[in-house]
Write a protein that binds this ligand. Structure first.
Ligand SMILES: NC(=O)c1ccc[n+]([C@@H]2O[C@H](COP(=O)([O-])OP(=O)(O)OC[C@H]3O[C@@H](n4cnc5c(N)ncnc54)[C@H](OP(=O)(O)O)[C@@H]3O)[C@@H](O)[C@H]2O)c1
Length: 309
């Protein structure tokens, strides 16, 4: 019985924020002249177009969906037609989000779960399996944490917290989800990595190592699970305005230094990450696997281009 997850009373409401139209496709992307000249070509191209750029009817699990990047990913996937389940530790925050989403017309459910705990992870995937009839099309391993300290000051407890939250969780959740993703015959995993997995960032040595490990997990799963119809990709953000970095970004001088090494000269928005995640889950990206794509305003490819001449 699927009775363990938090389910608001009226989930089966219309998803009014869906971006694409029905899967049999009547989009407005093609010009009327082309339509009238080649009606059957237009119909099939249009149908194909709607299918390729949609997540209609796909089931998705997004970890850490109540705030920041995860919250944007939940809304982006649901907006493209996916049926989404999410999780977080704070129950009242989760309930508030679920209520808001149902009011908006989204089809989203959620579980209270701490992904750093083995028992919680097992319970979460059982719930997801039960809820989605054993088939999962999309897994977004989004949760991550950071404890900013120089290497020599990190305690073993802090080290363990970062490893279990950032890496052990994504390893185990991916492993547990494998039969569900395989059953969909067209599964897609997206990891939320970080530019810290590519370049050195101050006071983020262990966090960077966990993201580097995620990057290699992304590549290995792309090869190991390709035969099961599962793709594996990652997104690697630089500074995105979320609660995780609120405190550090309250320091104006620090923000100026961040902008100095960001060619686009601004911080990112969670929606600028979620749009890429949605694309990586769509049939439109069906030949992309094993890639880690930076969403960083150019920070990771910046050499020396001083902002002020
Ligand atoms: N923001 C950035 O600048 C940035 C840059 C690079 C990479 N990232 C990565 O992006 C991901 C999301 O970060 P964010 O900035 O969106 O974080 P955030 O604003 O702090 O949101 C984190 C979300 O994850 C949930 N969460 C945290 N720990 C959890 C746990 N142990 N079990 C279950 N849920 C948990 C939180 O809810 P609860 O607290 O209720 O559990 C919340 O919903 C992370 O992997 C992070 O490393 C962020």
């Amino acid at each position: 019985m699927c009775d363990a997850f938090v389910s608001p009373p009226s989930l089966l409401v219309l998803r009014k924020l869906r971006i694409s139209s029905s899967p049999n496709g009547s989009t407005t992307s093609y010009k009327p002249s082309i339509r009238s000249k080649y009606p059957s070509v237009h119909a099939s191209v249009s149908q194909n177009h709607s299918y390729r750029w949609s997540l209609q009817g796909m089931t998705a699990l997004v970890t850490g969906g109540t705030r920041g990047i995860g919250h944007a990913i939940v809304e982006e996937l649901a907006g493209h037609g996916a049926i989404v389940h999410t999780c977080a530790r704070n129950e009242s925050e989760l309930n508030n989000c679920l209520k808001g989403w149902v009011d908006e017309g989204f089809e989203i459910t959620g579980s209270v779960c701490d992904v750093s705990l083995q028992h919680d992870r097992e319970k979460l995937i059982k719930e997801v399996s039960c809820l989605f009839g054993g088939k999962l099309y999309i897994l977004v391993n989004n949760v991550g944490t950071n404890i900013r300290k120089p290497m020599v000051e990190l305690t073993s407890k802090e080290f363990t917290t970062m490893l279990s939250t950032n890496f052990e969780s994504v390893f185990h959740i991916s492993q547990l989800s494998h039969p569900l993703l395989k059953a969909s015959k067209s599964g897609s995993i997206v990891f939320t990595s970080s530019v810290s997995g590519f370049v050195s960032l101050k006071s983020m040595t262990v966090q960077g190592a966990t993201k580097g490990a995620i990057n290699q997990l992304t590549r290995n799963l792309a090869c190991e699970w390709a035969k099961d119809g599962i793709r594996s990709n990652a997104v690697a953000p630089w500074y995105i305005k979320t609660s995780m970095v609120e405190q550090v970004l309250s320091n104006k001088e620090y923000v100026e230094e961040v902008l100095d090494c960001t060619p686009l000269g601004r911080l990112g928005d969670p929606k600028e990450v979620s749009s890429l995640v949605a694309f990586l889950c769509m049939p439109a990206s069906s030949y992309i696997t094993g890639q880690i794509i930076c969403v960083d305003g150019g920070m990771s490819i910046n050499g020396f281009y001083p902002r002020h001449g």
